[in-house]
Unconditional design. Structure first.
Length: 309
């Protein structure tokens, strides 16, 4: 197994090459007609083919985000893996559903089951940020789950009231922006906890988080109704430990050292029960690490290749 210093060096080269415009494996954008309780909707996903016969990695984004958040990570991983990054319905390039009640974790799990069936693989490796991590946990807790390795990025089975309250304060709003620079400025403010990103990384996130409204202004690329479930109750701690205790695959927990959603005691508890996960913390980051920095990419790649943290 590669030493962590050597691995960091390789990942740094990958990230630097990416910033200079190099592409390791070609990306294609595909879609799946996915079923929900109230109909079928087109779900978009980006795919990096990777080497022939390589394992498949699913990268699943956070609540208001989309699959293109993982471009830097996916290109780095595509040397060793086929990488697939979906836009969950209601986000990115995917359709918005008619019934907002379908923005629900049980539906999200079913969507991922359909995507895995489309990919025609017997097993997957999973990288999930925030909401994507919860979808992974719920899927990994199922009998005969196809998830063989699970990365939980700044999320766990105990969701803190403070973190949920912060998210509820902005999710579901539908602001308009005159141009991409204004949208980027907004993203830098609400997502400051992502960490110390470069200007090009912020611009990348803003570009793929934008949609054009009928009046020509820019809006955020998600259906504001994904917040409907947040509006039903006041924020409170959410206990999902019974699901965690059913997860059996090797698991890595990533935590921003300043996270308000995954508290350190809860992250440490994740190493003592259920799959007894490995834990890596990143200083100077809150919720959630953007998985763009070399040390973050190196931790994910090492784990997916079978190493322990």
């Amino acid at each position: 197994m590669e030493s962590i210093s050597l691995l960091l060096g390789k990942v740094s080269e990958m990230v630097r090459a990416n910033s200079e415009g190099a592409s390791f494996m070609s990306m294609s954008v595909r879609s799946l007609l996915a079923g929900t309780p109230h109909g079928f909707y087109r779900m978009s996903y980006a795919e990096w083919a990777g080497p022939a016969g390589g394992p498949t990695v699913l990268c699943v984004h956070g609540l208001t985000r989309n699959g293109r958040d993982f471009d830097v990570l996916a290109q780095a991983l595509s040397r060793d893996f086929r990488v697939v990054c979906p836009d969950i319905l209601g986000r990115g390039k995917s359709d918005w559903v008619e019934h907002s009640g379908d923005y629900d974790y049980a539906v999200y799990v079913a969507l991922m089951e359909q995507l895995i069936a489309r990919l025609d693989v017997p097993e997957v490796l999973w990288v999930g940020t925030s909401m994507g991590g919860l979808i992974g946990m719920f899927t990994a807790a199922l009998a005969n789950s196809p998830i063989k390795r699970l990365v939980m990025n700044d999320i766990g089975p105990l969701l803190s009231k403070a973190g949920l309250a912060r998210i509820a304060a902005y999710v579901g709003k539908d602001p308009s922006f005159p141009d991409l620079a204004a949208l980027e400025a907004y993203q830098r403010e609400v997502a400051a906890s992502f960490g110390n990103l470069t200007d090009s990384q912020w611009r990348h996130l803003a570009t793929h988080a934008a949609r054009t409204k009928p009046d020509g202004s820019l809006g955020l690329a998600y259906d504001p109704r994904i917040a409907d479930s947040f509006k039903k109750t006041e924020p409170q701690d959410v206990d999902l430990w019974p699901y965690w205790d059913r997860v059996r695959c090797p698991t890595l927990v990533l935590r921003g050292a300043n996270s308000d959603l995954l508290r350190q005691p809860d992250a440490l508890a994740m190493t003592q029960r259920g799959p007894r996960a490995s834990l890596v913390e990143f200083p100077g980051v809150g919720h959630a690490p953007a998985l763009m920095a070399p040390e973050q990419i190196a931790a994910v790649r090492r784990f997916l290749l079978g190493g322990a943290e």
